[in-house]
Write a protein that binds this ligand. Structure first.
Ligand code: ASP
Length: 336
């Protein structure tokens, strides 16, 4: 019996049409094109169902509510399908893939997030191969993880980042090796794939917590930081320099952090560097942040840190428990 894959089309370049304002998603446009692709019905290909969201979104418009909607949609179709594809814009794909990894607790089937840099409707595109490879993986390989399949790589979703605005290898997971290489053959590095969970799939409802991210920059004033940390903010991803360093010569800056931490705001330190981890003990400029109550996010990507913070705070956990779990490996998102 052939395998079954559920495809959720959320929007993004892959199914976009040309408009006077540039590429834009159009209802029914992607479905019409897939109808006339015989390769999608070739022997050995899984059967698929295409679910299209309304409205279709350029992923710059995706919000955490959309992450939840996708997770619930996958849960709704979970038992009837062998694998899942989320067609998504590349701009915020790494955030969504990270969020789905946390939201889909107990996931035991592949969820492959993909998209393209050029729409399927263009003669020369990367959409066709990304779609076909994703279908073959989602329908043929028992990977119990949320992954990004893009270009010639299969990456762990909560480790991925968009690293190229116009190349076909648009994603990388700099702190974790690819789970697979999609060349002549699709080769999975099974020793990297997470073991199947013992629990069953559960998508919990979340409150809509207030989280934010701030990339520190030379000359940042305490006022900028204090502003972003104001209530109702509950969590902040602080993107710092190098191994987790930030300015330590401005007492007002330190006071803004301390004040927020004392109010229960969880502040997580991740590095602006693409590769490597936060170690706040390495420099005085890092340990100053630690003394102010900022916690280290190890080698979390900024995308995964934001999604994880949203997830944990959304569960209604106390700041102390959120801090503890932010520093634990829940879905293969960080190395300790
Ligand atoms: N702006 C588009 C989006 O993220 C880019 C893409 O899909 O590649 O939806």
């Amino acid at each position: 019996m052939s395998k079954r894959v559920y495809i959720a089309y959320s929007g993004g370049t892959i199914g976009m049409d040309n408009s006077p304002a540039g590429y834009t998603p159009r209802p029914g446009f992607l479905a019409a094109q897939t109808q006339v692709m015989p390769e999608l019905r070739a022997p050995g290909m899984p059967e698929y169902t295409l679910g299209e969201y309304a409205p279709l979104l350029d992923s710059s418009n995706i919000t955490p509510q959309d992450w939840l909607r996708m997770a619930h949609d996958i849960a709704k179709h979970y038992n009837a399908y062998d694998g899942f594809i989320v067609l998504h814009g590349t701009d915020t794909m790494a955030y969504t893939a990270s969020a789905l990894a946390f939201l889909l607790s107990g996931l035991n089937k592949p969820v492959i997030v993909t998209g393209s840099q050029i729409p399927l409707s263009e003669v020369r595109n990367d959409a066709r191969v990304n779609l076909i490879t994703s279908l073959q993986i989602a329908g043929g390989l028992a990977i119990p993880e949320v992954c990004i399949c893009f270009g010639s790589r299969l990456l762990r979703g909560c480790r991925a980042a968009k690293i190229n605005a116009d190349g076909f290898q648009a994603f990388d997971s700099p702190n974790f090796p690819p789970l697979g290489a999609c060349g002549v053959d699709i080769q999975i590095d099974w020793k990297l794939v997470r073991p199947a969970p013992t629990e069953t799939l559960a998508v919990k409802d979340l409150s809509d917590p207030h989280v934010a991210a701030l990339r520190i920059f030379p000359g940042m004033s305490a006022g900028v930081l204090a502003n972003i940390l104001q209530p109702p903010l509950q969590g902040l991803v602080l993107e710092t320099y190098g191994s987790g360093n930030g300015p330590d010569r401005d007492p007002a800056l330190r006071a803004a952090l301390r004040d927020a931490v004392d109010r229960g705001v969880v502040i997580v330190n991740v590095t602006q560097c693409l590769t490597g981890a936060v170690d706040m003990a390495a420099y005085a400029t890092g340990s100053g942040l630690q003394q102010a109550g900022v916690i280290g996010g190890y080698d979390l990507t900024a995308e995964a840190a934001l999604a994880k913070l949203y997830y944990l705070l959304g569960l209604g956990l106390t700041p102390e428990v959120v801090k503890m779990q932010m520093q634990q490996d829940l879905r293969g998102e960080l190395t300790r």
